[in-house]
Design a protein around this ligand. Structure first.
Ligand SMILES: Nc1ncnc2c1ncn2[C@@H]1O[C@H](COP(=O)(O)OP(=O)(O)O)[C@@H](O)[C@H]1O
Ligand SMILES: [Mg+2]
Length: 142
């Protein structure tokens, strides 16, 4: 499916709805350039699944991963931008996450051959030259 949002708030609302479709073992891969809204989207999914609107969701830019205990599963929020080699991902709990977690992955291109066959691509891209519009495509694989 594909939608366009006109503001950060609309992206948050869409992410809240999207979060309701998630189940343990879902791997959400967030694609898009810097500033497209991968973290905005992830934060909204995490807050939705934890049921806490103002939950602190720090960016995992430096820690590379943050986890959250939601009712449906442990949520694993990865930011792989600073991963220098894909083999480092095992130290972050990647295999444990795949057992029964819900995964949100920023910069999933870094996964290379570790990209799961079964996953959900969320692709954020600009719309014309409007700074506050985004196209959001959701594609489920496997
Ligand atoms: N329609 C929109 N959806 C999401 N974010 C938007 C939108 N319009 C503007 N923004 C802004 O874009 C930025 C997205 O930042 P962020 O989520 O950190 O990006 P990324 O994680 O992809 O680098 C935020 O400053 C947000 O306010
Ligand atoms: Mg980000």
């Amino acid at each position: 499916m594909m939608i366009e949002t006109c503001s950060e708030q609309e992206t948050i609302e869409f992410a809240h709805e999207f979060a309701k479709s998630l189940a343990p073992r879902d791997v959400v891969l967030l694609h898009g350039d810097l500033g497209m809204g991968k973290s905005v989207f992830s934060r909204a999914v995490i807050r939705g699944l934890c049921g806490v609107d103002n939950l602190e969701v720090p960016s995992p830019t430096f820690t590379l991963v943050q986890t959250y205990d939601a009712d449906i599963a442990t949520l694993w929020h990865f930011d792989l931008y600073r991963l220098s080699d894909v083999s480092e991902i095992y130290e972050l709990g990647w295999e444990e996450a795949l057992i029964d977690g819900v995964l949100l992955v920023e910069w999933p291109e870094r996964l290379g051959y570790l990209r799961p066959n079964s996953c959900i691509d969320v692709i954020l891209s600009p719309v014309s030259d409007d700074f506050n519009m985004r196209k959001i495509e959701v594609v489920r694989h496997g």
